[in-house]
Design a binder for this molecule. Structure first.
Ligand SMILES: C[S@@+](CC[C@H](N)C(=O)[O-])C[C@H]1O[C@@H](n2cnc3c(N)ncnc32)[C@H](O)[C@@H]1O
Length: 257
């Protein structure tokens, strides 16, 4: 299957990460899951590993991050070294990163208290199969944090753009990134009413744009499609942050009841 090389983008991101980006990431995780003390934490599609490391600093007793792309895992391992120098609360020896796919039903025999999968399951190539697999990994009374691209009438157009990106030579990729940057910059300013350069979750504008233009496979779902799926399988919606844009990610915090 044609896919975007997420790991390469994460490697570039990790090399430019600043202390304040890490703090922003840690705070965003704390807002979603205020109590990580003594919990086990699974980061599905860990990308740069930033949120696994933040979870450890916030008190998680055991952290496993895995990603389909081995460059993401390499970037995550580098980032532990950097962040543990900045933050003495990071417990390096309790964090592990592995290569793996959430579509592999045997990815873990263990269940976790908190599962975090931000912006991942819509990139697996089979989002609903990924929903089925991830729900089985949540421990009793555990928490599942998901961010899933919102369904909008422009979503099929973006799917085509992303497909074109992964199929194109490098110079076309650069042109596509430039064109989307021209659209996204004013769109974020006007629709979301925020400064596009203001870092959210510690992310960088350029990394986000490349991830957005290239992020293929790409699926999407409405808020009700995601909530209906998990509510029908024994989860309760505890928190919902709807995207302020059209096609951005909706954030869900589910609790297993
Ligand atoms: C948009 S990034 C999000 C990274 C991270 N969760 C974050 O919030 O920064 C999506 C990540 O999902 C990973 N991914 C895609 N398919 C996957 C799969 N089947 N299993 C695990 N990870 C996958 C990609 O390699 C990529 O690193």
């Amino acid at each position: 299957m044609d896919r975007f090389a997420f790991g390469k983008n994460w490697d570039d991101f990790s090399a430019r990460l600043q202390y304040e980006d890490y703090i922003a990431a840690r705070e965003s995780l704390k807002k979603l899951v205020p109590d990580l003390q003594g919990k086990t934490f699974l980061d599905v599609g860990c990308g740069s590993g930033l949120f696994s490391i933040a979870a450890s600093a916030l008190g998680a007793r055991k952290v496993l991050g895995f990603d389909f792309d081995r460059d993401s895992v390499a970037a995550s391992e580098k980032l532990i070294e950097i962040i543990s120098r900045w933050d003495g609360d990071v417990k390096k020896d309790t964090i592990e990163f592995n290569v793996g796919s959430i579509l592999n039903e045997n990815i873990s025999l263990e269940q976790y208290d908190v599962i975090y999968s931000w912006g991942v399951l819509h990139h697996t190539g089979d989002m609903y199969a990924a929903f089925e697999c991830i729900k089985n990994l949540v421990a009793e009374k555990g928490t599942l944090v998901l961010a899933i691209y919102n369904k909008h009438f422009t979503s099929p157009v973006w799917k085509l753009i992303k497909y074109t990106y992964v199929k194109s030579p490098n110079f076309i990729k650069k042109i596509l990134i430039f064109l989307v940057m021209l659209i996204k910059f004013p769109a974020v300013l006007i629709v979301s009413q925020r400064n596009p350069f203001k870092k959210r979750r510690g992310m960088h504008f350029y990394t986000d744009i490349v991830d957005w233009v290239g992020g293929y496979p790409y699926e999407y779902a409405s808020v009700s499609e995601v909530t209906d799926f998990f509510q029908a399988r024994g989860f309760k919606l505890a928190k919902l942050n709807k995207t302020k844009g059209f096609t951005g990610c909706n954030e869900f915090v589910f609790e297993k009841v």
